[in-house]
Design a protein around this ligand. Sequence first.
Ligand code: HEM
Length: 239
Amino acid sequence: MSVISIWNSTIGKKVVMAITGIGLMLFLVVHLAGNLLLFVPDEGQAFNQYGAALKSMGPFLYVIRGGLLAFFLFHIFAAIQVYTSKKRARSGRYAVETSKGGPSKMTVASKSMIVTGAVLLIFVPLHIYMFGMNKGAPPPMVMIDGNEIKDIYSMVATSFNQLGIVVFYVATMLFLGFHLRHGFWSALQSLGAMSPRWTPAIYTAGFVFAFLLAGGFVVLPVYFYFFIDAPVASAGGAL
Ligand code: HEM
């Protein structure tokens, strides 16, 4: 079977969605772990040093970012194609859709996946524009151990002192939680890992995973809003 014929089949696209989805989940675990450094009570030193360490990876960082972007795009294209082919099958243009699991059903879960996925698709570029690019302004800088590095801590602290941004993040993380909860077991199902014996455990694991990850991302903006003051001056300006 060629790569093109795998991509052209529904099950092939589901496998692509599963593999890229698992890759993106791993990114989120690493991203949350790094973001937990925001809780270290050292006015951002640990978090900024972590950001600087990532940057010092040089070209390798761009390889990782390229891979991440490719995963993101393949995940979205496969999802849109699976969704539209299910819709066409349901609208009766094709009597039966050939997929490994038999005739297709458009479940509430798969419908909500396209909605929660669309929210994340809007969120991610906005998030990178805000924190990765400091909204197009020169980023604030800070001296640590004699080196001038990007002050991503003050960018986060400034943003999360604004109620609108905190509400936006908390609401989006709820969508993220729903997306991960369904995506977790759906990915394992597409890869054939769901046996009747393991199904209840995998559902529970999906729930716990989604709850912890989305919960971790929710706690950060709320914590900054209530407990950390915005830095007095940040060279990049308020976000
Ligand atoms: C409270 C929640 C979050 C905080 C505080 C946060 C913080 C940050 C910061 C500071 C950066 C820029 C790092 C730098 O330029 O060195 C960043 C980049 C990024 N974030 Fe987040 N993030 C959060 C949630 C999320 C979520 C939920 C997603 C995905 C659904 C996400 C996806 C990304 C991506 C894709 C990048 C770009 C990575 C890169 O350029 O290497 N983040 N985040």
